[in-house]
Design a protein around this ligand. Structure first.
Ligand code: HAM
Length: 471
């Protein structure tokens, strides 16, 4: 009897429980900014900086740039995408940034890359790869640009946020640390924000080793009081427990050994000198023995800029932070080179300006409106617009509107001083009407002379008497 061919059994579909599926979808939707809705929404933690916000942003960016230049920092632009191991090696594998918050993916060449969560590592990489050790030291560089951290979004904490950073490579003198702090404080002073500097020293990796052993043994008998997160920190990166926001840990921290007591003489001396310099230039500072910062590359001085009045949630109150990183260049394979720097969080600074009611206009308001009637007038208008622009007189228009009434309404809304009106008759006559928006007075002038006449009127100099052109 021939063998009966058995029908292949289709593989059993593995289905997930319904509840799990719903939760997953909700989280996915949230992450994707509501993918299921018809309109495209922003990804969580990402935001648009709208035209009406640009005034404050420009103020911050311009202040950063002018202060950077006055302290002889040179601008560097660094890529947004880097090899992911650059950050693992420097920021540290056991830090929140690397462990939980990095946007890591494999690029089409099968390389693991990351959207930069910060730029100090990139600046150090650039210092090595461009042989900057052979330039006069210190090499002082500044940058501004977006950083990416897949953190829990909330006010003052975004997944894409802008930093302006300052890095000084090659000199290990405490005055460098102090001058960087002064520079940061100067930016806040110019912006009219009242800040305080929180400062600490975490010494060298060697003296920290002994301290960490002491800290771990202090916490060991209290392990059961710690949250899972803090237990993990204690095991993987015990210094970070000083940064904990958990109430039970905060209580225990009051009796914990303090790193300042474990600094070696050189580290102590370095720190004392930084503080003396700050006193010299009257920068108010607060010693914060629990300030350790969330990145592994720091040595010696660490600091943060915090609003003077700020009593809010510590995790988002720092407007900026930084410190010394004497081992960073060597860690990346360069010759031992000291370094120090800090970065400011621009969203947080803009928010502080907003809270103070600071809102400068994005650009100076134009004083002239151009109104046209008909296609011929539009053609002349286009050329005239360029003439005004070249003469440095910004002109607004509403080329999309054709009725004079609507255009004059726009001019009124914009609060311009003068409106130029060009109709078919004026085009044929080679003239144009200038209307003073406040008095309503109108005069007809030679179109070839209008730029000069308008310039004079705007500078409140009496314009030469123009006979109405009627030929
Ligand atoms: P950081 O403390 O991680 O340091 O960041 C500096 C500043 O960036 C913070 O003080 C905060 O104002 C802002 N910032 C950080 N994360 C966010 C976020 N998720 N949303 C909004 N703003 C944020 C660094 O990045 C170091 N690279 C600084 C440095 C430069 N150290 C030496 N040189």
């Amino acid at each position: 009897m021939p063998l009966k061919k058995e029908k292949p059994v289709p593989p059993k579909k593995i289905t997930k429980p319904v509840v799990e599926k719903v939760v997953e979808k909700k989280e996915k939707d949230e992450e994707e900014g509501g993918k299921s809705s018809k309109t495209f929404e922003l990804l969580r933690g990402f935001r648009d900086i709208l035209p009406e916000e640009q005034g404050r942003w420009n103020l911050v960016r311009d202040t950063v740039r002018s202060i950077a230049e006055s302290y002889s920092f040179d601008r560097i632009d660094l890529p947004i995408l880097e090899r992911s191991d650059l950050f693992q090696k420097t920021v540290g594998k056991a830090t929140d940034i690397v462990e939980k918050e990095m946007y890591v993916f494999t690029d089409p060449s099968n390389r693991s890359v990351a959207l930069r969560p910060e730029a100090t590592a990139s600046a150090a990489r650039a210092y090595i790869s461009h042989g900057m050790l052979d330039r006069p030291q210190p090499v002082k560089m500044w940058y501004v640009g977006p950083m990416f951290r897949h953190d829990r979004p909330q006010a003052g904490r975004y997944r894409q946020f802008y930093q302006a950073g300052f890095e000084s490579f090659g000199v290990d003198e405490p005055i460098v640390d102090a001058q960087l702090i002064v520079l940061g404080a100067q930016i806040f002073r110019e912006l009219g924000l009242d800040i305080k500097v929180e400062i600490n020293s975490i010494g060298t990796p060697e003296c920290r080793q002994a301290y960490l052993a002491e800290l771990t043994s202090y916490f060991r008998p209290h392990r059961n009081k710690l949250s899972e997160d803090d237990k993990r920190r204690l095991q993987k990166n015990p210094l970070r427990i000083l940064d904990s926001k958990e109430e039970a840990t905060l209580e225990l921290l009051q009796g914990a050994p303090q790193i300042l007591d474990w600094l070696d003489d050189k580290s102590k001396e370095h720190f004392m000198k930084v503080l003396e310099f700050l006193e010299e230039v009257e920068i108010p500072y607060v010693l914060n023995p629990h300030l350790v910062r969330g990145l592994d590359y720091y040595t010696h001085t660490v600091f943060e800029f915090v609003l003077a009045q700020d009593e809010g949630d510590k995790s988002q109150s720092a407007l900026g932070g930084g410190g010394r990183y004497d081992g960073l260049i060597q860690l990346l394979g360069g010759r031992p080179t000291p370094g120090c720097g800090f970065a400011l969080g621009l969203e947080r600074i803009v928010r502080a300006l907003d809270a103070k009611g600071v809102n400068p206009p994005e650009r100076s308001k134009p004083s002239v409106f151009f109104a046209q009637l008909g296609d011929a007038a539009r053609r002349v208008g286009l050329k005239l617009f360029e003439e005004f622009r070249r003469a440095g007189v910004p002109v607004v228009e509403a080329f999309g509107k054709s009725a004079l009434k609507g255009q004059l309404e726009s001019a009124n809304k914009l609060g311009v001083q003068l409106t130029l009106i060009l109709g078919q008759k004026e085009v044929l006559d080679g003239t144009i009407i200038i209307r003073d928006m406040e008095s309503g007075a109108q005069e007809i002038v030679d179109v070839k002379k209008v730029v000069q006449i308008v310039k004079k009127k705007l500078h409140k100099e009496p314009a030469p008497a123009e006979a109405p052109v009627s030929e």
